[in-house]
Design a protein around this ligand. Sequence first.
Ligand SMILES: [Zn+2]
Length: 135
Amino acid sequence: MITDETRDKLIASAREARKWAYAPYSNYPVGAAVLTASGRIYDGVNIENAAYPDTICAERVAIFKAVSEGEREFEAIAVVTTNAGSPCGSCRQVLAEFGLDTLVIIASTDSQVTRQMRLGELLPEAFGRRDLHGK
Ligand SMILES: [Zn+2]
């Protein structure tokens, strides 16, 4: 479990990153920040594209930044939007690759709405490596 101080820091990182979101089509900027087991924080933003399917979410940008730096264990991820929107299915699946115990913290920009739960609650019956290998 993370401390309240760490949780607040993670939310603040996601909120701060949000200013770099590239969201000219949806006008729905998203900031995310992931806390690794090593104690580092990687942030991310949504990056849209005129070819809509090439858009990527803030959560996956944060996770991919961390993974590309050698991180594999995640304690928590914070996601900040104006209305405390929930992570999409693709981001849940990408997070699930690294464990279902990751704490997912969903917050609004004004911190009036904050929810948190384990990834396993957000993505029950997740598809994973055991499904590929039958164990
Ligand atoms: Zn997503």
